[in-house]
Design a protein around this ligand. Structure first.
Ligand code: NAP
Length: 442
């Protein structure tokens, strides 16, 4: 198989495995980039397949399924963590050993927010000019900002946000090194808002498997996941999203109050990107990928999701409860409403207005057409908490497991946005500080 047809997926966590399972099952070739050579060896020893249990299915008794065998690899320089991995890639240098002669042409970055930029930095030497790269993170707006600040030069982005390439195309390492400089050498970056819910779980051994004739896994699998909530992956092009947001941010307070002047033109300009996303969505229907051509709709969807993350996740950490509990208590509902008010004060009412509530990955919203942005956003956040009532948020899971959280890419980014506008967000700030304290105590 030509390397241009292979999907590389960085991160063998729950979302990376979900994508790997469905892409490989749909007939694409997948190369899963795992943290270490020992993880790769264990994966290969156990049949090189991913196990999937779809507990969201209510119409049939779910059973463990296995993907066709897929490739896995590791890159030594990726074994470092975000904190110790700050070296700059020298664009002229030879790629380190690991992927060998493999080139990355299509990449899904399925890492946690704080791991994304360090991981991408180390992958740059392996990436083909024209590589298409999808970012799946919660807090992807903060990730994109970090990407621009820390790798902008290597990616060929101007340092000013206003000057971002309108088609969201950044030059690859090879371009910057001067070995290639034409339009064919542009990296294509996409951002997604994911509403699927899944978590990693080792598939059961043959003798402890679930009932049902198709449930048997013939041998043990090293990697598996439970898909608990069927949602969607709304995905669009990064550049127009940031360009729109940046253009609006420089006009007047608050952020994001107007439509960009050339909204329709932008959608037309990146038609090639949209064709790619539409082909992908059609090729893997089981992932429920929704290409979004309108950067404003995508931005609004990401901001609404950010609001839900800010209103739900820190509270679940502080109370040690599932998402649904927050909707049952007047005390927590009041705090969630305060968080919504602060988000509206910072980003303006438009992103959260009822008009956009059916798109941009916000399919969970009950369409009762609330009258104000505040009520629309609060209803959306409550709807998310109700729809995920039995879930323990990823932030709570991270805290319990002693892992770093994505807090600084969610509430932390909101606080930075508020400060940049000379605004206060005291409820967000308090929750942020308390979760930080909880992180220290773990
Ligand atoms: N899971 C969901 O239901 C869901 C839904 C919506 C959005 N999201 C978002 O999607 C992103 C991924 O979530 P997730 O649940 O899949 O997280 P996860 O289970 O923690 O998976 C992340 C994976 O990336 C790996 N990784 C990090 N840096 C790496 C590196 N340099 N080289 C190789 N592997 C590396 C991690 O390995 P280690 O474990 O060794 O660090 C881990 O296996 C997050 O931003 C999350 O908020 C998740």
């Amino acid at each position: 198989m030509a390397s241009s047809q292979v999907w590389h997926i960085l991160g063998g966590g729950s979302l990376g495995l979900l994508c790997a399972f469905h892409l490989q099952t749909a007939g694409f070739a997948v190369n899963l980039i795992l943290r270490s050579s020992s993880a790769v060896a264990a994966f290969k020893q156990n049949g090189s397949c991913v196990g999937l249990f779809e507990s969201w299915r209510k119409d049939s008794v779910p059973s463990w399924r296995r993907s066709p065998p897929l490739q896995a690899t590791s890159i030594p320089c990726l074994e470092k963590t975000a904190s110790d991995n700050n070296r700059n890639v020298s664009c002229g240098e030879s790629p380190p050993k690991g992927l060998g002669t493999t080139r990355i042409h299509r990449l899904i970055l399925a890492t946690k927010a704080q791991d994304t930029v360090p991981a991408l930095r180390n992958l740059l030497p392996y990436m083909d000019p024209g590589c298409r790269c999808i970012l799946l993170q919660n807090g992807v707006l903060a990730v994109a900002e970090e990407l621009q600040q820390t790798l902008g030069e290597q990616l060929g982005w101007p340092t000013s946000r206003q000057g971002l390439h309108p088609q969201g195309r950044a030059t690859t390492c090879a371009d910057v090194a001067g070995s290639k400089g034409d339009a064919a050498g542009k990296m294509r970056l996409y951002v997604a808002s994911v509403t699927h819910g899944c978590y990693k779980e080792a598939p059961p051994h043959q003798d402890i498997q679930h009932a049902g004739p198709t449930a048997a896994l013939s041998d043990r699998l090293a990697l598996g996941l439970v898909h608990a909530g069927f949602g969607s992956i709304t995905v669009g092009v990064l550049g127009p999203l940031l360009a729109s947001a940046a253009a609006l941010a420089f006009t007047e307070q608050p952020f994001f109050t107007h439509s960009p002047p050339c909204r329709r033109d932008m959608a037309a300009v990146h038609g090639d990107d949209m064709a790619f996303l539409q082909d992908l969505a059609a090729g893997v229907p089981s992932l429920n990928i929704r290409p979004e051509a309108d950067p404003i709709v995508l931005l609004h969807g990401l901001l609404a999701k950010l609001a839900a993350n800010c209103a739900i996740n820190p509270l679940t950490v502080l109370l040690g409860c599932c998402n649904g509990t927050l909707t049952e208590l007047p005390h927590t509902r009041g705090i969630m409403l305060d968080i919504c008010r602060e988000l509206i004060a910072i980003f303006g009412p438009t992103p959260f207005s009822p008009l956009g509530s059916t798109s941009g990955g916000r399919e969970l919203v009950p369409l009762n057409h609330p009258t104000t942005p505040e009520k629309a956003l609060y209803d959306w956040v409550l709807a998310v908490a109700v729809a995920t009532a039995k879930n323990r948020s990823s932030m709570l899971q991270d805290i319990v497991a002693g892992r770093p959280t994505e807090l600084d890419y969610l509430s932390g980014w909101v606080l930075r946005a508020a400060a940049a506008r000379g605004l206060q967000a005291p409820v967000n700030a308090t929750l942020h500080a308390l979760v930080k304290a909880r992180e220290r105590l773990e």
